[in-house]
Design a protein around this ligand. Structure first.
Ligand SMILES: Cc1cc2nc3c(=O)[nH]c(=O)nc-3n(C[C@H](O)[C@H](O)[C@H](O)COP(=O)(O)OP(=O)(O)OC[C@H]3O[C@@H](n4cnc5c(N)ncnc54)[C@H](O)[C@@H]3O)c2cc1C
Length: 254
């Protein structure tokens, strides 16, 4: 973190993204997908190891690298609900940093209330045709694999939702919108995404059609926990920095 993250803070903030090569360097260092089984290229470790990485990142004051979304969240959707073929296809690339993951739940009109998702995925032969708009998507610039929360049935509320993985490279109907200018986390590529007639192979469905809301409810606690871990670590780091600073200032005043 001290060598590869700290010196890049201002540059990443200005670019609204970390370097692509940084993802690969993190992969080589074994930091990506550390809690994913080794048979899929991961580190074979536990959530505790993800927590240590998040803490060390917060300790140096970095809020640019969205590894938590990639490793602790997206990779675990694939690991928990993917078929053997999907896991073999996607997880090793996520562990090396060749594939960056993102998850698209939030929409312009839907945040906390995920049961109101309006993005629609219509089955057409061997594909889903997806139309809709998402916003606030972390790793929106980098993402190669995007877990899309979409409505696949006519049921209202949570019942008709499914999770479908879009492989974004060269994907027709996939468009990146604005990078959002936030009050903090300037180095993060938090972005709007648009889908218009976006065709994704039906084989990219994660788990069972119509079970998306239950899948989200199963995974969101880990997402909330890692955000809390990073928040607590950032607060601790801020107190430590403040104490060091006021002691230094106090000395110069005396
Ligand atoms: C930096 C950043 C990165 C993000 N990354 C992602 C991402 O990668 N993928 C993704 O899908 N989303 C992402 N989000 C979006 C995030 O998940 C949403 O902001 C969050 O779900 C809240 O939704 P909202 O902003 O629409 O707020 P709202 O849902 O509109 O809520 C506004 C306020 O109302 C309160 N509120 C809402 N409902 C109720 C209720 N029933 N009772 C009482 N109070 C209520 C909320 O607590 C909040 O204070 C990101 C957001 C940020 C800021």
């Amino acid at each position: 973190m001290a060598k590869e993250v700290v010196p890049n803070q201002e540059r990443w903030a200005a670019a609204h993204m970390v370097d692509r090569e940084f993802w690969r360097a993190a992969g080589r260092a074994g930091l990506l997908c550390i809690s994913i089984p080794e048979e899929y290229g991961g580190g074979g470790a536990t959530f505790a190891h993800e927590a240590v990485i998040a803490e060390e990142q917060a300790r140096v004051g970095d809020d640019a690298w969205a590894n938590m979304v990639h490793s602790t969240i997206v990779a675990h959707y694939i690991n928990a609900f993917g078929t053997e073929e999907q896991k073999q296809r996607w997880l090793p690339g996520m562990a090396s940093g060749d594939l960056v993951g993102a998850i698209a739940m939030t929409e312009p009109g839907t945040g906390s209330d995920l049961q109101s998702v309006r993005t629609r995925a219509r089955r057409d032969g061997d594909h889903y045709v997806i139309d809709g708009a998402k916003t606030f998507i972390s790793n929106g610039t980098h993402c190669d694999l995007l877990v899309v929360v979409a409505r696949t049935g006519d049921d209202e509320g949570g019942k008709g939702l499914s999770l479908i993985v879009a492989e974004t490279e060269g994907l027709e109907g996939f468009e990146r919108g604005r990078v959002l200018d936030k009050i903090g986390q300037h180095g993060q590529d938090t972005r709007e995404l648009f889908f218009s007639g976006m065709r994704v192979p039906a084989g990219n469905l994660l788990g069972t059609q119509g079970r998306g809301f239950a899948q989200l409810m199963q995974q969101l606690p880990q997402e909330r926990l890692i955000i809390a871990v990073a928040g607590a670590a950032a607060a601790t780091a801020a107190v430590r920095e403040t104490i060091a600073y006021v002691k230094e200032r106090g000395r110069s005043v005396r």
